[in-house]
Design a protein around this ligand. Structure first.
Ligand code: ADP
Length: 233
């Protein structure tokens, strides 16, 4: 397997003096479902936001497909971000738009022709099991359904990487399992690389092939999921 994301000596110090990340190194390979686990305040959100430069590191580098993000222009960064779909805990759907419009929105922005965008959005909604809901509005959906829409939207521009920021934390356990199963299916079908952050051990155990453990900004362990058992018993 080949490396798709490489994090080298990454440090993030915020303006208030807080070190959210301290000299973090990690390597994510194509096709990984890579979990970053840690308690609240460990630096997980900061780290995942550094992976696509929504947050700029204070020191160190992030490489995506061998490109050093520090050396990219804003327009190059936009293209790289398009290749790294992001999914959030609170879904971040556009409430005034229908399910179909939400999924189609990134394609419209990219200037994809309307009919083609609609067809792609409908295919994705079928894939996430929501073909019946294309005319519904987010407020009419359950949490799990909203997250399915967000997943379809993140896949619209055919990204190589999906970044999940506590994507199942707002869901009940049964819905969480269903969403994790869907993500596994997506990984197989599209060969996408998934990076997720979570505070839930179960999420990592169910879905990830690799894991990194963050504690107070330090990466204290990286390896196969078995290293969780070694550390936490
Ligand atoms: P986690 O996602 O693991 O809960 P975060 O990455 O959100 O952790 O936060 C790590 C640390 O950085 C915390 O101490 C948090 O208070 C601090 N932090 C996060 N964002 C900012 C910010 N924009 N400004 C100052 N401190 C921040």
């Amino acid at each position: 397997m080949s490396e798709i994301i490489s994090v080298r000596n990454l440090t993030k110090k915020f303006e208030n003096g807080v070190y959210a990340l301290q000299n973090v190194n990690l390597s994510i390979e194509k096709g990984d479902i890579f979990g970053i686990i840690g308690m609240s305040g460990a630096g997980k959100s900061t780290l995942i936001r550094c992976l696509n430069y929504l947050e700029k590191p204070s020191e160190g580098n992030v490489f995506v497909n061998g490109k050093n993000l520090a050396e990219q222009s804003e327009s190059e960064l936009r293209l790289i971000r398009r290749n790294m779909g992001m999914i959030f805990q609170n879904f971040n759907l556009l409430m005034q738009k229908t399910v179909l419009e939400n999924v189609q929105f990134p394609l419209d922005i990219q200037g994809i022709e309307k009919a083609e965008g609609k067809k792609r959005a409908q295919e994705l909604l079928t894939m996430v099991g929501l073909e019946e809901k294309e005319k519904a509005y987010p407020v009419q959906l359950s949490g799990g359904q909203k997250q399915r829409v967000a997943i379809a939207r993140a896949l619209a521009s055919n990204p190589e990487v999906l970044l999940l920021d506590e994507a199942t934390s707002a869901l009940d356990p049964k819905t969480t399992v269903a969403i994790l199963e869907l993500l596994k299916e997506i990984q197989k079908k599209y060969q996408v690389t998934i990076v997720l952050i979570t505070h839930e051990m179960e999420v990592v155990k169910v879905i990830c092939n690799k894991v990194a453990i963050l504690e107070d900004g330090y990466l204290v362990e990286e390896g196969s999921v078995e290293c969780l058992n070694k550390r936490f018993g």
